[in-house]
Design a protein. Structure first.
Length: 241
C-alpha cells in the first residue's frame, strides 16, 4: 500500500502563532495535533493538513518551498493580502517584478508565500492553496510523482509539477539553478501509511525510488522513518490509525 501525503509541516519556534495565522488566512480549522504540535485542517477534511512543530532553530536564508495562494478576483487578492497583514504577515522582496502580478509576503516566522493574481490558468481549480512551490530538480519531481503515485501535470524545461488524481494543491519544482541546501528545511512533507500496511516494504519502495534514510534518524521499527529525497530534502513516513 502506498503512503499518502498526510501533512506539510512547518518547523518553527512559534507554533501557536503560525497555527493562528494560517488558520485565519486560509479559513481552515485550527486543532491540537496528536503528538508534538498544532495543526490546521482543510474545511472539507480532504487532502493534507498543515502541522506546526516546535523547533528553536532560527530561520536562515530563503526557504526551499513556499505556498502559492490563489485568488478569484483582484478584490479577493487584496482581501487575502490585507487579512495576512492584519494577522501578522508582512511584505517582503525576493526579487519579484511588479508585472508578475503576485504579492510576496512572509508569515510571522518569516516563511515566504505568494498571493497569486486571479486568472492564473495553471492553478485553476486547485483551491485556496494552489501550489507548494519548491526549489528542486527534475529528478526530484519524478521521485515524488512515483512516491505519491501522483501524475506529472507539467514536465517542461526541467520544471515539473504533480497533482493528486483527486485534484487540489499541486506540488511544483522549478528546475535549475537549484540553490545549495543550507541546514534542515523548515517546510517538510509528512507521509502516512495505514496501520495494517507493511511499513518496511513501503520504506524499501521509497529507497528503491531514490530516497535514503536521514543520518542517525531511523525509526522504522517504531512506525516512523526519517528520510531524504533525491535533492536531500527531509521528509517523514509514519504509521497512522
Amino acid at each position: 500500500m502506498t503512503s499518502q501525503l498526510f501533512a506539510i509541516c512547518f518547523n518553527t519556534s512559534l507554533p501557536a502563532d503560525l497555527a493562528r495565522f494560517w488558520s485565519g488566512v486560509l479559513g481552515w480549522e485550527s486543532a491540537t495535533d496528536a503528538g508534538d504540535g498544532l495543526a490546521v485542517l482543510p474545511p472539507d477534511g480532504v487532502g493534507f493538513r498543515i502541522r506546526f512543530l516546535p523547533d528553536a532553530t532560527p530561520k536562515t536564508g530563503q526557504n526551499r518551498a513556499h505556498f502559492d495562494l490563489t485568488s478569484t478576483s483582484p478584490e479577493d487578492q487584496r482581501r487575502t493580502v490585507a487579512r495576512a497583514l492584519r494577522l501578522g504577515g508582512r511584505h517582503i522582496d525576493v526579487g519579484q517584478l511588479p508585472e508578475e502580478g503576485h504579492v510576496v509576503l512572509a508569515d510571522p516566522d518569516g516563511n515566504e508565500f505568494c498571493v497569486v493574481a486571479a486568472g492564473n490558468d495553471f492553478l485553476a481549480g486547485t483551491g485556496t492553496v494552489g501550489a507548494l512551490a519548491c526549489d528542486g530538480t527534475q529528478e526530484v519531481g519524478y521521485f515524488w510523482s512515483e512516491a505519491l503515485r501522483w501524475p506529472l501535470v507539467w514536465d517542461q524545461d526541467q520544471e515539473t509539477a504533480i497533482q493528486s488524481p483527486a485534484g487540489g494543491t499541486k506540488i511544483t519544482w522549478g528546475g535549475p539553478p537549484v540553490a545549495p541546501k543550507s541546514g534542515t528545511n523548515r517546510l517538510q512533507l509528512e507521509l502516512a501509511l495505514a496501520a495494517d500496511a507493511d511499513f518496511e516494504a513501503e520504506t524499501d519502495r521509497l529507497l528503491s525510488l531514490g530516497a535514503r534514510h536521514a543520518a542517525g534518524a531511523g525509526e522504522v521499527g517504531r512506525g516512523r522513518a526519517f528520510m531524504l529525497d533525491p535533492d536531500g530534502n527531509e521528509f517523514t513516513v509514519r504509521r497512522v490509525g
